[in-house]
Design a protein around this ligand. Structure first.
Ligand code: ATP
Ligand code: MG
Length: 429
C-alpha cells in the first residue's frame, strides 16, 4: 500500500480483537465514576491554539514541541488537543457552571494528540480518561481521586503492579520561594548541568528536578528540598491527604522530585507508576491546579484532577494476563438455517427470541451455505450453542439445539419454548 494511504505513524487502529478489552476497561471505569458521583462531559477535540499555550504553559514539552497545530480555512490557529484539562476548564467557564462556588465533579474520555517519538506505550494519538473537580479546596477530594483509582486497580486485578508516588508543590507563593532557592543553587553549578537542564533553569527550573541525566541527578542530591519550603497551608493540606490514604490503607512513597510536566500544578501532585511496561511506566497522573481557572480569565476557582492513559492500562491487563474470560466470547448462540423457507422462519424466530431475551448474543447465519459450512461458522464464532432449522424442523415448528462446547446431546425444542430454554442455559451479561 502506498504510504499516503496508510495510517499516520503513532496513530493506531484498534481492531475488533482488541475492542472487547477496551470496552471492558472503559465500562469498568465509567461504572466506578458513576458510583462516586462524577458526571461525564464531552469537549471538542480541536481548540484554539492559544488555549493550550495559556493553560499548559509556553515552556513545557507539550507546547514547545508536541502539539499538532494548523491553520484552518479562516486563518485561525487551531490545535488537536494534547490533553483534556485545558478544554474542560474552558468549557466550565464558558457555560458558567463553576460560578458562585458550584462544585463540579467531571470526567471525560477520548483521544489526545502529541507529536512524540512513537514506541511501546507512547503514541501520537492516544486515549485518556480524565477527571476534573472544581471548587473543592480540601485534601478530602484529592484523597477521593486517589482512593477511586485504587479501587479501580483492585477491580482490574492490577493493584500489586502499581505504585503511588506523591509530592506537594505548595501554593504558588511557597513554590516561588523554592524556585528562587533552586535557581540560586543550580546557578552555582551551571557548568556541570546537562544542556537541557541549563536551558530549563532559565525557562522552567522545577523541571530540572526530573532530569534523566545522571550527572545532573548527582548534583541535585544536595539541592534545596521542596518540603522545606512548604508554607503552613500547603503542609496541612499534604498531611490531610496522607492521613486519608493511611486511613484507607493505600501505600505511597513521597517523591520530592515529582514535579509533573505541566505548568499549572500546585500543592498535590501524584503519579501511579508501574515497572511492567518498560520506560513508559506512568499509567495515571494528576494533581491540584488552584490557580489555573483564574489564569484563564475566570474567578478564583480551585481545581484538582488526573488523567490515565488507556493504551498503557490495556497493555498492562494484557501483560499481566488480567483479561477476564467472559469478554473473549462475543456470541452465545448461532442460528443455522437451510433453504429459503427455513431462513424466513429462522429470522422471525430470532426476532421473537430477541424480544424476550434482549441481552442474548444471538448471531444468525448470513450468506446461506451447506450444513457443514454453516456448522463450521457456528463453531468458529465461539458460540456455546448452535440452533438448526431445516425443512424437517420447519414442518414440526421446532429447532435443533446443539451444545458446541463440552457435554450434551442435540435435542429438539419447540419454537414457543426456545427463549425459556435459552434463558436457563446462557448466562446473560
Ligand atoms: P509521560 O511522562 O509518559 O510523557 P506525561 O506526564 O506527558 O507522561 P500526562 O500529560 O500527565 O502525561 O498524561 C496522563 C497520562 O496519559 C500519562 O500518565 C500516560 O498514561 C498517558 N500518556 C501521556 N502521553 C502519552 C502518549 N504519548 N501515548 C500514550 N499514553 C500517553
Ligand atoms: Mg509526555
Amino acid at each position: 500500500m502506498s504510504k499516503s494511504l496508510q495510517a499516520i505513524r503513532g496513530m493506531n487502529d484498534i481492531l475488533p480483537e482488541q475492542t472487547p478489552l477496551w470496552r471492558y476497561f472503559e465500562g469498568t471505569v465509567a461504572r466506578l465514576l458513576d458510583n462516586y458521583g462524577y458526571r461525564q462531559i464531552r469537549m471538542p477535540i480541536v481548540e484554539f491554539t492559544e488555549l493550550f499555550k495559556r493553560s499548559i504553559g509556553e515552556v513545557t514539552d507539550i507546547v514547545e514541541k508536541e502539539m499538532y497545530t494548523f491553520e484552518d480555512r479562516n486563518g485561525d490557529s487551531l490545535t488537536l488537543r494534547p490533553e483534556g484539562t485545558a478544554a474542560c476548564v474552558r468549557a466550565v467557564l464558558e457555560h458558567g457552571i463553576t460560578g458562585g462556588g458550584q462544585v463540579q465533579k467531571l470526567w471525560y474520555i477520548g483521544p489526545m494528540f502529541r507529536h512524540e517519538r512513537p514506541q511501546k506505550g507512547r503514541y501520537r494519538q492516544f486515549h485518556q480518561i480524565g477527571l476534573e473537580v472544581f471548587n473543592l479546596d480540601g485534601p478530602d477530594i484529592d484523597a477521593e481521586l486517589i482512593v477511586l483509582t485504587w479501587r479501580l486497580w483492585g477491580e482490574l486485578g492490577i493493584r500489586d503492579a502499581v505504585k503511588l508516588e506523591l509530592n506537594s508543590l505548595g501554593t504558588s507563593e511557597s513554590r516561588g520561594r523554592y524556585r528562587e532557592a533552586l535557581v540560586e543553587f543550580l546557578s552555582a553549578h551551571l557548568d556541570k548541568l546537562d544542556e537541557d537542564s541549563q536551558r530549563r533553569l532559565k525557562t522552567n527550573p522545577l523541571r530540572v528536578l526530573d532530569t534523566k541525566n545522571a550527572d545532573t541527578q548527582a548534583i541535585l542530591v544536595d539541592a534545596p528540598k521542596m518540603a522545606d519550603y512548604l508554607d503552613e497551608e500547603s503542609r496541612l493540606h499534604f498531611e490531610g491527604l496522607k492521613a486519608r490514604l493511611d486511613a484507607v490503607g493505600i501505600p505511597y512513597v513521597i517523591n520530592p522530585k515529582l514535579v509533573r510536566g505541566l505548568d499549572y500544578y500546585s500543592k498535590t501532585v501524584f503519579e501511579w507508576v508501574t515497572d511492567k511496561l518498560g520506560a513508559q511506566g506512568t499509567v495515571c497522573a494528576g494533581g491540584r491546579y488552584d490557580g489555573l481557572v483564574e489564569q484563564m480569565g475566570g474567578k478564583p476557582t480551585s481545581g484538582v484532577g488526573f488523567a490515565m492513559g488507556i493504551e498503557r492500562l490495556v497493555l498492562m491487563l494484557e501483560t499481566l494476563d488480567k483479561i477476564p474470560q467472559e469478554i473473549a466470547r462475543q456470541v452465545d448462540v448461532y442460528l443455522c438455517a437451510f433453504g429459503e423457507a427455513a431462513e424466513l422462519a429462522a429470522l422471525a424466530l430470532s426476532e421473537r427470541v430477541r424480544d424476550q431475551l434482549p441481552n442474548l448474543r444471538l448471531q444468525i447465519n448470513a450468506g446461506g451455505g451447506s450444513f457443514k459450512s454453516q456448522f463450521k461458522k457456528a463453531d468458529k464464532s465461539g458460540a456455546l450453542y448452535a440452533l438448526i432449522l431445516g425443512d424437517d424442523e420447519l414442518a414440526q415448528q421446532v429447532v435443533g439445539f446443539k451444545p458446541l462446547r463440552g457435554q450434551g446431546e442435540q435435542q429438539s425444542i419447540a419454537w414457543d419454548a426456545l427463549a425459556a430454554h435459552l434463558a436457563t442455559c446462557v448466562v446473560q451479561g
